[in-house]
Design a protein around this ligand. Structure first.
Ligand SMILES: [Zn+2]
Length: 217
């Protein structure tokens, strides 16, 4: 039996002619291979196109299988990437920890070396060798204008410097000058004078030298 597959709005159908009465017939492709009766001559017939239907079903199944496989592959890849990212993060954290431990070890070793070097330092003003420079190094801290709580302010600075290893030596009150600004100079003004309080601290030069050697200042 000759037949033709045609595409319609609701899906494919099969067009054929009844062997008994030559009437043109049309059935859904899904009915191919099924028994039917010609509506004109009542002859029993089998809707043609079974092979085509089978072929399309196989094709559809293959397509769906490929789609499922692609989906599974994608999911597997996503999972793998997630695992890789987790592993990379863990490795980074491990390396950070190693680096931190190394830094702590290096700092401890440095401290140890510095302590040993300082143990060997002998500071003796009487025997001081002046050809190697003054026995003290000095540092000045400017106080600016003193507030009413000047004693607290002084104590705070002196104690902070003491913790850094500096001994309070003395204070100086100086008169400093600042050149007149543009406007002041325009009206014939001279430089402005103001009082500065300077705190002088000192520490043995040998210790400062050893600390400089170990990068501690
Ligand atoms: Zn017929």
């Amino acid at each position: 039996m000759k037949y033709q597959i045609v595409k319609g709005l609701t899906g494919s159908s099969v067009k054929y002619t009844c062997d008994g009465c030559q009437t043109d017939l049309r059935s859904p492709l899904a009915d191919a291979g099924k028994k039917d009766t010609c509506p004109t001559c009542r002859a029993e017939l089998i809707v043609p196109g079974a092979k085509e239907l089978e072929r399309r079903k196989r094709l559809q199944a293959r397509k769906e299988q490929a789609k499922a496989e692609a989906k599974e592959r994608k999911q597997r890849e996503r999972e793998e990437q997630k695992q890789l990212a987790i592993a990379a993060e863990q490795e980074k954290r491990r390396q950070d920890e190693v680096r931190l431990m190394q830094e702590i070890e290096a700092a401890n070793a440095m401290k140890q070396n510095l302590r040993q070097a300082l143990d060997d330092v002998s500071f003796n003003l009487v025997d001081h060798d002046w050809s190697s420079g003054a026995p003290w190094v000095y540092e000045c801290v400017e106080m600016g204008t003193l507030s009413f709580a000047w004693n607290e302010e002084l104590s705070r600075i002196i104690n902070r410097k003491a913790q850094e290893g500096w001994e309070y030596f003395r204070s100086e009150s100086l008169v400093a000058s600042r050149p007149a600004g543009c406007l002041g100079a325009l009206f014939g003004g001279g430089p402005a004078f103001f009082n500065v309080v300077v705190l002088v601290f000192r520490r043995p030069a040998v210790i400062a030298k050893v600390e400089r050697h170990y990068g501690v200042t």
